[in-house]
Design a binder for this molecule. Structure first.
Ligand SMILES: Nc1ncnc2c1ncn2[C@@H]1O[C@H](COP(=O)(O)OP(=O)(O)OP(=O)(O)O)[C@@H](O)[C@H]1O
Length: 326
């Protein structure tokens, strides 16, 4: 079954989405999502980031039809998740966080069962091709219980792709996957994305989001606190670090450097923090020379997503607001 659905305005469109879980054993209700609005463009590689308990799984489980929203709107590939539920579910493939595989099914059997669930005609099934793409051809007929954690994770990705959905959603796809397999999975996801699949993933790994995603949304305590292109998010901090080793020990900062945010990390090492949009590293190096020092070594550190993430998530209050319970 190929993707014949016409192209919508957005692959995923969420408006004012809110979810409050009933409290467990008469406990207070838990606000998991609060008025979240975001759009995932068609063809995007979109990262949903946030600390533990931020509401990431709740959001994707609502899109997948596994959790009922309390209020707001959600569309997958233009289909309303309630009013056009069947079409919305066909448009999405979900790779869950838990490795929930039947241990007595082989990967081939698991794929066939999944294809049957989605009503994919036998002639249109691509079991072998998908298993090959995720590197599981050799294990196609082994019991799932004999697969390693990384292989199981890849089988889950393969299962989510049986009905060739235009949108693939992955909840923490590389949790517990070793570096080598993580790279393999990344390259498979990149390939899928390059071939037109819109990918939405949640991750704790900022490095992962930075490496893969062209757009990133950050949620914290159920609130959307940023949604931008990865590049713009990185630019937002406008901060770089330049570490300069000079040829002689300094007892104090030279006068010529007083206009910079700089500190002496060691007698021969100066650490500068500067906004690259307004200050060029060359100006700093020229000032060091003007101060009578020779530069022996220079290193720079770019802003990383982690810096922005820490900055953004540190100033949002965790106080949950009681709302209507679904
Ligand atoms: N079924 C449930 N019943 C009650 N509370 C829930 C339920 N599922 C999630 N929650 C709560 O909702 C909040 C958001 O949880 P969610 O799993 O969506 O976060 P997350 O960002 O995916 O976290 P993690 O990264 O740890 O998976 C948390 O406070 C969580 O305890």
């Amino acid at each position: 079954m190929s993707v014949v659905m016409s192209e919508p305005a957005y692959a995923v469109d969420v408006v004012d989405l809110a979810k409050t879980y009933r409290g467990k054993r008469n406990g207070a209700p838990v606000v998991a999502l609060s008025q979240v609005s975001l759009q995932v463009p068609v063809g995007a590689f979109f990262g949903l980031l946030g600390p533990n308990g931020a509401g990431k799984s709740t959001l994707i489980n609502i899109l997948a039809g596994l959790v009922l929203r309390s209020s707001g709107e959600a569309r997958v590939w233009g289909f309303d998740i309630d009013r056009q539920m069947r079409a919305a579910r066909r448009a999405i493939g979900v790779v869950p966080q838990e490795l929930n595989l039947d241990p007595f099914f082989t990967p081939r059997e698991a794929m066939e069962v999944q294809a049957g669930l989605y009503g994919v005609p036998k002639s249109e099934r691509r079991t072998d091709a998908i298993l090959a793409a995720v590197g599981l051809s050799r294990e196609a007929d082994s019991y799932a219980r004999s697969l390693s954690g990384g292989m199981r994770r890849r089988l889950l990705v393969a299962k989510a792709m049986v009905h060739a959905p235009p949108v693939l959603v992955l909840d923490e796809p590389t949790a517990g996957v070793d570096v080598e397999l993580r790279r393999q999975l990344w390259s498979y996801l990149r390939e899928l994305n390059a071939n037109g699949t819109t990918v939405l993933l949640t991750t704790h790994y900022l490095e992962e989001a930075q490496a893969l995603c062209d757009r990133i949304a950050i949620i914290n305590h159920g609130h959307l606190i940023a949604c931008d292109s990865t590049e713009a998010l990185l630019r937002r901090l406008d901060a770089k670090t330049l570490t300069v080793t000079v040829d002689r020990p300094l007892t104090r900062l030279p006068e010529a450097l007083s206009g910079f945010a700089v500190e002496l990390a060691t007698p021969q090492k100066l650490v500068f923090q500067y906004p690259p949009s307004r200050v060029h590293a060359g100006e700093i190096l020229a000032a060091i020379t003007a101060a009578g020092c020779h530069v022996v070594d220079v290193t720079t550190r770019e802003t990383e997503l982690e810096d922005i993430f820490l900055k953004l998530t540190s100033d949002v209050s965790p106080t949950p607001q009681p709302q209507a319970v679904a």
